[in-house]
Design a protein around this ligand. Structure first.
Ligand code: 6R9
Length: 641
């Protein structure tokens, strides 16, 4: 039995008391249009919307604030100039703690965004064009996103840890003709050859890129292709560059994410609804107070970076930290050094980082002050109660509430979380639905489950921040999210609800695994493995991993005559890294002479999962297997590693 932890007394002030939450939640579900049109007034509109949500989940068509017009770069930057020109917008903390940390006021951020927008314009970027951003975590990454929004161009940020192959696939899928990159990135002291990766990606025949804008960062040696590649300084100008007036439903960005089948999907978010969602969730969930320093440790290559490094904080005129480095460099106290150096009040990070730091002992934490901290956030995967306790007791010294925010790339921003001033916390539970969110648990047949129960998590009503489509494939959007349970958005997550109405996410119920908070489609890793000339077949599953949450476990069968040597094992790991990127590196490769299949040839993943979990007692019915003896051989193989 897990007991609730009351809100620490020290937490004042708040934007939302328990009474306010109850009244606002009620209003948000009883009269959603009125509620969200009211929240929409947080933004500065060229034309204020008069229409709330217009949506259907069958067939799938979603719009919010459809008659409104606005620009999100204006909302994140320009609108603050009269009141906050000298307020710090962004603080850059470099990978190397001895390096120069730099900050930009809203006034300076405006100047940088205009310079970058003019550079993009001179390359030929216009409204509606897709621009791929492949950057390290430096201020110019944020500036590039805002510059696109300013011009009405659609940004597609690709995480700098993805390989040239993965980058090429994303450039090709959205027909992006422009790329913004840096010479190199730095992470944990290592140089990441971003520009060289772009060059390799653009050598792929499917890409058709007209212009590459290059930001100097490390000064590393790179090749520049005449006519295609340009340094920012050569194209930037301070000329007036007004914000394009966008319709609320014009696309703002595409972000690729992994699914249970096929290649990554380009999740598309639009302007008005995403803007209202990120601005509103940031305000209430982080309880941001003027003058505070907010730090979301996510990379802008993930949705968390989009919503809570860039749009949420900046639309609220907040001060946000942009951190280039990693939690364990130069040592395991780096996070708390950054907190002390910049006086961070609110930190928002992932359970995988918390677990990795917890393992290194308390001294790395207690040797730093952390006096500025007042709120601790978690996102990306379920946080186990032990890690929650450590975060609360050791990092926050029992005085900082924790918010465990459940959400997804497709939801645009936080969906289920406690609010720091309104709710008690339960370690391991995300908590309660945010305004307007109506979760529903259903069984595998779709029957609605009431009360304290466990099932598949669906959301029955649209909310402003919801993704509108998969770029170029609206059918796949409907198929993926709205066909499992007709008329409902299916999240792909399993979930429990307790007697207090708190939600406890149990993890993905589809073929997606969550590795260090990064979503990975098992099908993607399988496709990469079978590309290798010596591999016949592959089946990939997740298994519990102390630090990463889930690790990548690959069952591989080889072509006739091939042998599963250590050398081949290392080669296959390197091969997957090259095809997808380091985050997809297999943890275990299990060579086997076959995969458990039904007589109709379907791989029985349930069995493979159980074996990878070392859980041999409950393999269920194996009688339909084409080769029942295989299971014993697989168990032997598992026990011998
Ligand atoms: C924001 C983000 C989404 C998947 C989601 C779920 C898992 C995220 C969580 C959580 C338990 C939390 N997830 N937050 N599980 N508790 N607080 O991470 O987006 O990369 O699209 O991943 O992550 O499984 O379905 P994304």
């Amino acid at each position: 039995m897990i007991h609730a932890v009351e809100r620490p007394e020290a937490h004042t002030p708040t934007h939302c008391t328990p009474e306010q939450y109850a009244a606002m939640y009620r209003a948000s579900v009883d009269t959603p249009d009125a509620f969200w049109l009211d929240q929409a007034r947080r933004l500065d509109w060229v034309k204020a919307p008069t229409i709330g949500g217009q949506w259907s989940y069958d067939p799938v068509a979603i719009a919010w604030f459809a008659d409104g017009q606005l620009n999100l770069c204006h909302n994140a930057v320009d609108r603050h100039l009269p009141t906050h020109a000298d307020t710090t917008a962004l603080i850059f903390e470099p990978d190397d703690p001895a390096g120069e940390s730099r900050s930009l006021t809203y006034g300076q951020l405006h100047a940088e965004v205009v310079r970058m927008a003019n550079a993009l314009k001179s390359l030929g970027v216009t409204r509606g064009e897709r621009v791929t951003i492949y950057m390290p975590m430096i201020l110019e990454g944020v500036v590039a996103m805002l510059a696109c929004a300013r011009l009405g161009a659609v940004h597609s940020v690709v995480f700098g840890g993805f390989s040239p192959e993965a980058l090429a696939g994303r450039i090709e899928d959205c027909g992006s003709r422009f790329v913004v990159t840096a010479d190199e990135g730095l992470r944990g002291g290592k140089h990441i050859p971003l520009k060289a990766n772009v060059d390799a990606a653009l050598a792929h025949p499917g890409t058709d890129v007209a212009g590459v804008l290059v930001i100097p960062h490390t000064g590393g040696d790179i090749a520049m292709q005449e006519g295609r590649d340009h340094w920012l300084a050569d194209l930037a100008s301070d000329a007036d560059c007004p914000c394009e007036v966008m319709n609320a439903e014009d696309p703002l960005f595409i972000l690729y994410t992994s699914g249970s089948t096929g290649k990554p999907k380009g999740v598309l978010h639009t302007t008005g609804g995403y803007g209202v969602w990120t601005a509103t969730t940031f305000h209430y969930i982080f309880d941001y107070q003027p003058g505070e320093v907010f730090w979301c440790t996510a990379d802008i290559g993930w949705v968390t970076g989009h919503s809570y490094v860039v749009y949420g904080p900046l639309m609220n005129a907040a001060t946000a930290v942009v951190f280039e480095g990693v939690p364990n460099y130069p040592d395991h106290g780096r996070f708390w050094d950054v907190v002390d150096k910049h006086g961070v009040n609110i930190i928002y990070t992932a359970p995988t980082a918390i677990r990795a730091l917890m393992r290194e002992g308390d001294a790395h934490v207690t040797s730093r002050s952390r006096a500025s901290l007042r709120l601790l956030g978690s996102v990306g995967e379920p946080i186990n109660p032990e890690a929650w306790r450590w975060y609360f007791d050791v990092v926050g010294e029992g005085r900082c509430p924790i918010i465990d925010t459940w959400w997804q790339t497709e939801t645009g921003g936080c969906m289920i979380t406690t609010l720091p001033g309104a709710h008690d916390m339960k370690p391991g539970s995300a908590g309660l639905p945010f305004f307007g969110i109506r979760p529903q648990l259903v069984d595998n047949e779709g029957a609605v489950l009431e009360g304290a129960t466990e099932g598949n998590l669906t959301i029955t009503h649209s909310w402003p921040g919801q993704a509108r489509t998969i770029y170029g494939d609206h059918d796949r959007f409907g198929q993926t999210y709205f066909s499992t349970y007709t008329g409902k958005y299916f999240t792909g997550d399993g979930c429990k609800r307790d007697e207090d109405g708190y939600y406890w996410i149990t993890g993905r119920v589809d073929d997606v695994i969550n590795v260090s908070g990064h979503r990975m489609g098992t099908a993607e890793v399988e496709s990469a493995l079978v590309l290798h000339a010596r591999v016949a077949e592959a089946a990939v599953v997740g298994y519990p991993h102390d630090i990463k949450g889930q690790g990548i476990y690959c069952y591989v069968t080889l072509n006739a005559g091939e042998e599963g040597t250590d050398a081949l094992l290392a080669e296959l790991k390197a091969h997957v890294r090259k095809e997808i990127g380091p985050i997809a590196t297999p943890d275990v490769i299990h060579f086997t002479d076959g995969l458990p299949k039904t007589r109709s040839g379907k791989i029985m993943r349930r069995i493979l999962r159980k074996i990878a979990e070392n859980d041999f007692g409950s393999l269920g019915d194996t009688s339909t297997l084409a080769d029942p003896g295989l299971v014993d051989r697989l168990i032997d193989g598992r026990q011998n590693r």
